[in-house]
Design a protein around this ligand. Structure first.
Ligand code: FAD
Length: 451
C-alpha cells in the first residue's frame, strides 16, 4: 500500500486532504509564509489515529509536521520540505469537566486557548495563560512552544500549567501521564520533556491543565515613563508593593505610534521614552495598591471595555505590523539587569544591519522578553544574525516564548553549548529514532553551517 492508502486507512477518506486548494491554508502560516507543498494533510480524530498516522509515516519515511492553530511565528507548523505530512490536531477538541478539588481540567490538544479559558471561567476558575492569538492557538501548540504571554509574570509559562499530558512519540509509542498528581516522582517525568519540544519529540494529544482561581477585580494602567532605566525601577516597585501584579508589558514610541495609527486613536497618555501596560487582578479592587506606585499621569481603566482599549495598543501590534508590510520578527529574552543596555544598543545594531529599516519594539518587560519587529528590511540583510548575536552577548536567549522553529535553528549554538545540543540530539534520537517529527525545527540538520 502507498503512504496515502495507509493514511486513508488511519483517518478515513474525509480527513485525508490532498487537493492543493484545500491544503493551501495548512501550508501557509500566520505570517503569510507559504511553505513547501505537503504530501497530504491528515486530521486524526483520536490518539489511536494519531499513532496510526505516525506508524504509516514511519513506514514510508515521510516526515510529519504537527499543526495546532498555525499561529506560530517561527516556521515550525508548516512543511520545510515538499512531501512532508501535516498532522492537524484540529479534531481533538474534547473539553472535560473541571476537577474542582485539584483545580485541573483535561482537554484535547486541539482545543483553542479561548475555549479553554471559557471552560475555566464557567466553573469559576481561570486558565491563567492567555495570548492575543487565543481564538486560534491551541493548548497543544502552547505546550509544544512553552508559550508565555503577558500573564507569565504571575502564572509562569505553559510549563507551569501542565499537570500531565498524553503524547504519541516519534516511534509511535503512546506515553500518558494524566493522573494530575502534584507529587509523583516515580521515575523520569517524560511528559515534561515534551513541553517546549516544538513537535520534535512527540505529538501532544491531550493535556491536563492546571487552573487558578478567577479574580473578579482587574485594573489596567497605561503608564508613560521617561527612561528605560526608570521603567526598570518602576517594575521593581511594582513587584515589591503590588501583590496582585499580573502583567507588565511595554511599548517603545514607534510601536505605540504604529498601533495608534492603525486603529485611528490618540495615545491614552503623554509622549514618553517608554510606555508600560500594567495589570493587577485580585478578589478586592487593586486600584489603591497600584495608585500607591504608579505616577499620576497614568491612564487607568477598571471596566472591560476600557481595559480592552488600552490592551489593544499592545495586543494589536501583530495586526498593525501585518497591515504595515512584511516585518522581520524576532522574539528574544534578555536578563533584566542588561535590558536597558540592550534596548539602547539595539537600534544602532539594526540600522547597521538593515539601513533605513524601521524597528518596532515591544514586549513583556517583567520577563525581559523583547519582540523585535523590523519593517522595510532588504531581503539580503543579515539583521537576524546581528540581533541574535547582541542578544547572546548580553546573556539572553534567542527564543523567549515563540520557539526556535526552523527560522532560528541555525543560531541555537549562540545560546546553548555543544554538549547541551548533543544531549538534545540524543534525546531526539531516543524518542524519534527515524527523525520523522518536524525535521529541521529547533535542531538544525546535522552538518548545517554554523552562523
Ligand atoms: C497575534 C499573535 C500573538 C501572539 N502572542 C503570543 C504571546 O504573547 N506569547 C507566546 O508565547 N506566543 C504568542 N504567539 C505565538 C503563537 O500563538 C504561540 O506560539 C502558540 O502557542 C502556538 O499555538 P498553535 O496552536 O497556533 O501552534 P502552531 O502554530 O500550529 O504550532 C507551533 C509549533 O508547535 C508544534 N505543535 C503544534 N501543536 C502540537 C501538538 N499538539 N503536539 C506537538 N507539537 C505541536 C508545531 O509543530 C510547531 O512547531 C502569538 C501569535 C500571534 C499570531
Amino acid at each position: 500500500m502507498s503512504l496515502l492508502d495507509d493514511l486513508r486507512a488511519a483517518v478515513g477518506d474525509g480527513h485525508l486532504l490532498v487537493d492543493a486548494d484545500v491544503r493551501a491554508t495548512y501550508e501557509t502560516d500566520w505570517t503569510g509564509h507559504v511553505s513547501a507543498p505537503a504530501a497530504a494533510v491528515v486530521r486524526p480524530g483520536s490518539t489511536d489515529e494519531v499513532a496510526a498516522v505516525v506508524a504509516a509515516c514511519r513506514a514510508a519515511g515521510a516526515p510529519i509536521v504537527p499543526q495546532g492553530g498555525n499561529t506560530g511565528l517561527v516556521r515550525g507548523s508548516v512543511p520545510a520540505q515538499a512531501g512532508e505530512v501535516v498532522l492537524s490536531l484540529s479534531r481533538l477538541v474534547d473539553v472535560g469537566d473541571v476537577d474542582r478539588a485539584t483545580g485541573q481540567i483535561e482537554v484535547g490538544a486541539g482545543v483553542t486557548l479561548a475555549a479553554l479559558g471559557a471552560a475555566a471561567r464557567a466553573a469559576g476558575f481561570d486558565a491563567a495563560l492567555d495570548l492575543a492569538s487565543r481564538d486560534s492557538a491551541t493548548v497543544g501548540g502552547a505546550v509544544a512552544c512553552d508559550a508565555g504571554g503577558a500573564r507569565a509574570l504571575r502564572h509562569g509559562t505553559a510549563r507551569a500549567r501542565v499537570a500531565g499530558l498524553e503524547a504519541v512519540l516519534g516511534d509511535g509509542t503512546v506515553v500518558r501521564r494524566l493522573s494530575g498528581l502534584l507529587k509523583d516522582n516515580a521515575g523520569l517525568n517524560l511528559p515534561a520533556l515534551l513541553v517546549g519540544s516544538e513537535g520534535t519529540l512527540g505529538i501532544v494529544t491531550r493535556v491536563r491543565w492546571r487552573l487558578v482561581p478567577a479574580l473578579p477585580s482587574r485594573v489596567t494602567a497605561f503608564v508613560p515613563v521617561d527612561s528605560i532605566a526608570a521603567a526598570a525601577d518602576l517594575l521593581g516597585e511594582l513587584r515589591a508593593n503590588v501583590p496582585s501584579l499580573e502583567a507588565v508589558d511595554f511599548l517603545l514610541p514607534d510601536a505605540l505610534r504604529l498601533a495608534c495609527e492603525h486603529y485611528g486613536v490618540e495615545a491614552p497618555v503623554r509622549d514618553a521614552a517608554i510606555h508600560l501596560i500594567v495589570e493587577a487582578a485580585a478578589v478586592a479592587d487593586p486600584t489603591d495598591e497600584l495608585a500607591g506606585v504608579l505616577p499620576d499621569d497614568a491612564a487607568v481603566a477598571d471596566d472591560t471595555a476600557g481595559r480592552a482599549r488600552l490592551w489593544r495598543l499592545r495586543e494589536g501590534q501583530a495586526e498593525a505590523l501585518e497591515a504595515a508590510g512584511e516585518s522581520h520578527k524576532l522574539d528574544v529574552g534578555v536578563p533584566l539587569p542588561r535590558l536597558t543596555e540592550y534596548l539602547e544598543r539595539l537600534p544602532a545594531i539594526i540600522e547597521a544591519a538593515a539601513p533605513g529599516s524601521r524597528p518596532i519594539l515591544f514586549g513583556h518587560l517583567g520577563d525581559g522578553n523583547v519582540h523585535v519587529n523590523v519593517l522595510d528590511v532588504a531581503p539580503d540583510s543579515d539583521l537576524d544574525e546581528a540581533v541574535l548575536r547582541l542578544t547572546a552577548e548580553l546573556g539572553g536567549t534567542i527564543s523567549a516564548e515563540h520557539g526556535v522553529g526552523a527560522l532560528k535553528a541555525r543560531w541555537l549554538g549562540l545560546v546553548r553549548g555543544a554538549d547541551e545540543i548533543a544531549a538534545m540530539r540524543a534525546v531526539k534520537a531516543a524518542l524519534d529514532p527515524d527523525a520523522i517529527l518536524n525535521p529541521g525545527v529547533m535542531l538544525a540538520p546535522p552538518g548545517a553551517p554554523a552562523p
